[in-house]
Write a protein that binds this ligand. Structure first.
Ligand SMILES: Nc1ncnc2c1ncn2[C@@H]1O[C@H](COP(=O)(O)OP(=O)(O)O)[C@@H](O)[C@H]1O
Ligand SMILES: [Mg+2]
Length: 281
């Protein structure tokens, strides 16, 4: 029988479901990962092997093949460790095939069997919820998955914790919602700027009307300082915009633990950045 675990691959901020298929067949002992894995995914083999041996489990001397379907899509990232490990555990009859059938799984493994945080849990959880599945993700990212809605979330910090949960000896609790501070956000304020009355007026008009701004002046005259104060003039993000902004931060691994981004992002690309680097190829 082949164990199957669902995970996702990322294309920008979009997620594509990936089916991790694990097969153990008789033959010369081997362990291979196929389906266009990049270097980080190929190295999952070593992390998974070590994490299992840290729990006192040795891989059986069989021909082990991991296939990541669809096979023509490049798989990047370290979040494939956990689905591969769970597929192997199901094939070794440590956990049941049905235990993992209704989950989307993401997570990186440490050599000692710990599960470390990865980026992109929020869009993965949204995908899981769309597929009517739960999500298994690292404990560090558990709170992030909560934003996706009413799906089942398992957020273990170690592989043993997850196995105990499936065995029923120690049930994992749902991660707690992070505290969202209701205090007004402290953004840079226009009052820090001395003089520059016409520039401040231009900033206010641009914020009110949604216009573009082009600032020109010698270095040190306060252009960056003025620009950084624009988010403070703009209205707060609505729920949809906040979620979209949070997804982008999640995929790029810049999300502070479980927080929802509620301020408008301010980015300062270096002035020597090329046009494709700034706006895309
Ligand atoms: N009008 C101003 N009021 C207060 N501080 C200013 C003003 N203009 C410039 N500064 C100071 O000069 C520093 C450099 O300004 P900056 O915005 O980096 O200039 P630019 O981007 O035009 O090169 C600011 O961080 C601020 O400390
Ligand atoms: Mg500047």
């Amino acid at each position: 029988m082949t164990a199957r675990v669902m995970t996702v691959a990322f294309a920008g901020i979009d997620t594509i479901p990936v089916d991790v298929q694990v097969q153990m067949a008789s033959g010369l002992p081997a362990f291979s990962v196929v389906g266009l894995p990049d270097k980080a995914v190929s190295e999952a083999r070593e992390r998974v092997r070590s994490a299992l041996s840290a729990m006192g489990l040795a891989l059986p001397p069989k021909r082990i093949t991991i296939n990541l379907a669809p096979a023509d899509l490049l798989k990047e990232g370290s979040h494939f460790d956990l689905p591969i490990a769970l597929g192997l555990l199901a094939e070794m009859d440590v956990i049941g095939h049905e235990d993992i059938a209704n989950f989307v799984v993401l997570g990186e493994l440490g050599l000692d069997g710990s599960i470390t945080g990865v980026g992109g849990i929020l869009p993965a959880a949204m995908q899981a919820s769309g597929l009517d599945r739960g999500i298994i993700c690292p404990a560090d990212n558990g709170a992030e998955a909560l934003w996706a809605g009413e799906l089942e979330i398992l957020a273990p910090s170690r592989l043993t914790g997850l196995i105990n949960h499936f065995k029923g000896t120690q049930i994992l609790s749902r991660p707690c919602a992070p505290k969202v501070s209701s205090s007004p956000l402290s953004l840079p304020d226009l009052r820090d700027i001395k003089g520059q009355e016409s520039a401040k007026r231009a900033l206010e008009i641009a914020a009110a009307g949604g216009h573009n701004l082009l600032m020109s002046g010698p270095p040190g005259s306060g252009k960056s300082m003025l620009a950084a104060r624009l988010p403070g003039l703009l209205p707060e993000l609505n729920a949809r915009q906040a979620l979209e902004t949070t997804v982008i931060h999640s995929v790029s691994g810049m999300l502070p633990e479980g927080g929802l981004i509620r301020t408008r992002p301010f980015r300062q690309p270096h002035h020597s950045a090329s046009m494709p680097a700034l706006v895309g190829g």
